[in-house]
Design a protein. Structure first.
Length: 199
């Protein structure tokens, strides 16, 4: 395995949580812990992206965001903070997933996202390919539940929605689940707006 790449054995189910994590906060940690429990995942990998193609604002330096993410997690043994997209040279989620599936044959991946991301998921590059490549776990976020359920992607793949998260990683995609859970009202945008996170 390449240096800096997490170790995963054949047959493992890994949740992938991507984002700029600018900054990481307890909400990210919370949905990661819930996904581990509710979806039967072996690990969750945070994919700290070099930059979000849908945002014009440049994030804080990668090293700062990774350090903050590790501090927020407090050494959780099954959640790994990575710079995989930077190492792979990918910018689009679909490309990242394709590369990870090639690098880790026999490992099953589940894409994780907050409900707020499902609302605008149809704006992502090759979003239909993502849904066809891996199962997707959508986790409730404050104020996004109804809009997520009525989103373009949710309606386009309504037949593929499953009702329970258990065993999601063993399902043949497309398959996705919306998981209601106790929510943490934390937002990277609000943290930055309050001046609590600066480059």
């Amino acid at each position: 395995m390449r240096a800096g790449f997490p170790i995963a054995a054949k047959g493992m189910v890994i949740g992938l949580l991507g984002g700029s994590f600018d900054p990481a906060h307890e909400g990210h940690a919370h949905i990661s812990r819930e996904a581990l429990k509710r979806m039967g995942l072996d690990q969750v990998w945070w994919l700290v992206t070099p930059g979000n193609p849908l945002k014009t604002r440049q994030p804080a330096p990668m090293a700062d965001r990774i350090a903050r993410a590790k501090a927020v997690l407090g050494g959780h043994p099954r959640v790994k903070v990575t710079a995989l997209e930077e190492a792979l040279g990918t910018r689009m989620t679909a490309d990242t997933i394709d590369r990870l599936k090639a690098i880790y044959p026999g490992v099953r991946f589940v894409w994780l996202m907050g409900a707020d991301n499902l609302v605008q998921f149809h704006k992502w590059g090759r979003w239909r390919d993502i849904l066809r490549a891996v199962p997707i776990g959508v986790l409730a976020r404050p104020g996004s539940g109804v809009a997520a359920r009525l989103s373009v992607a949710a309606r386009a793949f309504r037949v593929q929605r499953v009702q329970r998260g258990e065993g999601l990683g063993r399902r043949v995609p497309p398959a996705w689940v919306f998981v209601n859970l106790p929510m943490k009202d934390a937002s990277s945008s609000e943290i930055r707006a309050k001046g609590l996170w600066k480059k």
